[in-house]
Write a protein that binds this ligand. Structure first.
Ligand code: HQG
Length: 181
C-alpha cells in the first residue's frame, strides 16, 4: 500500500479509536475494543472507505504498531494513547531499572519541579531506550531526554504497564525519580 494512504488511515483510526469514537457512532468496549465489522461500516457511512485488507495492512505495518486485533481478528483497538476513559486491562509488570521520557526543552523546568504528569492522556508515556525518547521529544521542539529511576519507583509501590507496542506507562513520576541527562 502507498505510504500516504497508510498514514492517512492510521491517523483516522488513531483519532477515532483513541479520542473520538462517538464522532462515527462507535463506543469502545472494555479493553478499548470495537468490532472490526462495526468500524468498517462506520467508516463507510462517513465516506472514508477502508477495505478489510487495507485495515489488516495498517495494523501489521503501522510504524509504531499502534493498533491490534484480538486473537480471532473480530475486534480491533488502539494499543495506547487514549484520551477518553477506557480500561485497557493491562497487567502491572516489573519495569527495567531505568526508563526514559523525551520532551521539549521548554517543559523541562516545570517537569523537574512538579513531576511528569499524564496531561491529556491516560498515562505518562515512557520509553525503554533513549533513542525512542528523543524521537518522542522532537514532537515538542528541541528534544530533551529525562531518565526515570523506575526500579526505585517500583520499590516505592508505583505501578508500571507495558502496552502491546512496547510503550511503558505509569500514572505519575515524582521529581525525585527524574534526572536530566
Ligand atoms: C509534557 C506518541 C510541563 C510531556 C509518542 C509531554 C508517545 C509536562 C507533554 C505518545 C509536565 C504531553 C505520548 C509538566 C508532562 N509540566 N509539561 N509537569 N508533565 N509534560 O503527546 O509523552 O504517535 O501527551 O513531557 O510516540 O509526548 O501518539 O505525551 O511533552 O508514545 O502513537 O506534556 O504519543 O505516540 O504530550 O507522547 P503527549 P508524549 P503516537
Amino acid at each position: 500500500m502507498d505510504k500516504n494512504r497508510l498514514v492517512k488511515i492510521s491517523k483516522y483510526l488513531s483519532y477515532h479509536l483513541r479520542h473520538h469514537p462517538d464522532e462515527i457512532g462507535l463506543e469502545l468496549a472494555p479493553g478499548g475494543w470495537v468490532k472490526v465489522a462495526d468500524l468498517l461500516a462506520a467508516c463507510q457511512n462517513r465516506n472514508f472507505l477502508i477495505s478489510p485488507t487495507e485495515l489488516a495492512t495498517v495494523v501489521a505495518n503501522n510504524d509504531k504498531k499502534r493498533f491490534s486485533f484480538n486473537d480471532d481478528g473480530s475486534l480491533i483497538r488502539a494499543n495506547q494513547g487514549h484520551s477518553i476513559p477506557v480500561d485497557l486491562q493491562l497487567n502491572p509488570v516489573i519495569p527495567p531499572e531505568v526508563l526514559y521520557h523525551g520532551t521539549g526543552r521548554g517543559a523541562v523546568e516545570s517537569i523537574l519541579k512538579t513531576g511528569l504528569q499524564k496531561m491529556s492522556r491516560h498515562h505518562v508515556h515512557l520509553s525503554a531506550n533513549q533513542e525512542t525518547a528523543r524521537t518522542v521529544g522532537m514532537r515538542h521542539g528541541s528534544p530533551v531526554v529525562l531518565e526515570i529511576n523506575a526500579a526505585a519507583m517500583y520499590q516505592a509501590g508505583y505501578q508500571f504497564y507495558c502496552s502491546e507496542n512496547g510503550v511503558w506507562l505509569t500514572d505519575f513520576v515524582p521529581p525525585e525519580y527524574l534526572k536530566n541527562l
